[in-house]
Design a protein around this ligand. Structure first.
Ligand code: UDP
Ligand code: MG
Length: 316
């Protein structure tokens, strides 16, 4: 199969008809009849599932997937991605903020050798000033904090090759920030700029609480810098304690202290500085343990070349 389209849907009953029409049109142009549309219902409380089930009854190319409850955007998307069978997979939101018509251009870029072609918003229409500002700040702060470079102003709207998708599917981490994980993969990744439209129906399914959780997943998923900050702080505080110990000793030698003050101060500072230093050490180990626990692949091979006569080429 040439192409899979994966769409996570949460309470999107009003937009699904238009979504399907536009996706089918885009797929017909780019993949003739050789495609599937994987719709994932993320525990919607409206009639989203009924609409999807109807689609799948009418059209053999529609795969409707019902999750047991609301798992959140990134997990719903992960479910769809692991079920996708196409050689390429096109990820798009259900709200038509991202135009399915961009598929043609993305396919062409992939034909030219890219493994990931992502949409990059140059404009966001019909979104609140708060949403725009928070998104703007989020992508800039993220860029400062994390070690992989995650392109700014991109969502999960993208086309991925099968080999990139296979690596992504093999990353077992629970707190998933998919656009970051895809950047982390490497391979050739290219941007296609576009203007983001307002939502076709209803309002955003990302209330503030979900947005904050998402931002925390993004930052903690790709950086142990906040934890490292704690360990720097620990060392800094213990240094300050050391200076204060010196001060206490000098004051004692100069004779301008009441009796008992110096020993008390020294004990408190010594205990505190040892504690802070140990916390820093623990922080470093914890950070490593945390990153290990993600069990990501150690490396991802793009390609291997050997001369045709070399014997190892057979064994690969
Ligand atoms: N979504 C989901 N589960 C959720 C929240 C959202 O599957 O718990 C889907 C939603 O239906 C949409 C996509 O994720 O297809 C992006 O959500 P939304 O458009 O509300 O986010 P925004 O564009 O406002 O960031
Ligand atoms: Mg949206």
């Amino acid at each position: 199969m040439q192409l899979s389209v994966v769409v996570p849907c949460y309470n999107e009953e009003n937009g699904l008809d238009a979504l399907r029409r536009r996706i089918v049109a885009a797929c017909q142009t780019c993949a003739a009849d050789d495609y599937e549309i994987v719709l994932v219902n993320d525990g919607s409380s409206d009639r989203t599932w009924d609409v999807m089930a109807r689609f799948s009854a009418q059209d053999p190319r529609v795969v409707a997937v019902n999750l047991s409850r609301n798992h959140g955007h990134q997990l719903a998307l992960s479910a769809g991605l692991s079920l996708a069978r196409g050689d390429r997979v096109f990820i798009i939101d259900a709200d038509l903020q991202d135009p399915p018509e961009l598929l043609g251009e993305m396919m062409a870029r992939m034909d030219a050798g890219a493994d990931v072609v992502y949409g990059q918003r140059i404009e966001r229409q019909g979104e609140t000033r708060f949403k725009k500002l928070s998104a703007y700040l989020f992508y800039r702060v993220l860029d400062r904090l994390v070690d992989v470079s995650i392109p700014t102003d991109t969502g999960d709207f993208r086309l991925m090759s099968r080999r990139a998708l296979d690596v992504l599917n093999a990353m077992p981490e629970h707190h998933r920030f998919i656009r970051g994980m895809v950047s982390w993969l490497g391979f050739r990744q290219e941007a296609v700029p576009y203007a983001r439209a307002p939502r076709f129906a209803d309002s955003s399914k990302y209330p503030l609480a979900k947005m904050i959780r998402f931002a925390l997943d993004a930052i903690t998923g790709f950086s142990i810098r906040p934890l490292r900050l704690a360990s720097y702080l620990g060392f800094a505080v213990s240094l300050i304690a050391l200076v204060m110990m010196l001060y206490a000793l000098i004051s004692y030698l100069l004779g301008n202290t009441v009796s008992g003050w110096t020993s008390m101060t020294l004990i408190i500072l010594a205990v505190a500085s040892v504690q802070f230093m140990l916390m820093g050490v623990i922080g470093e180990y914890l950070g490593r343990l945390y990153m290990e626990s993600k069990r990501r692949p150690l490396y991802i091979i793009d390609e291997i070349r050997t001369s045709p006569s070399a014997s190892r080429s057979q064994s690969i």
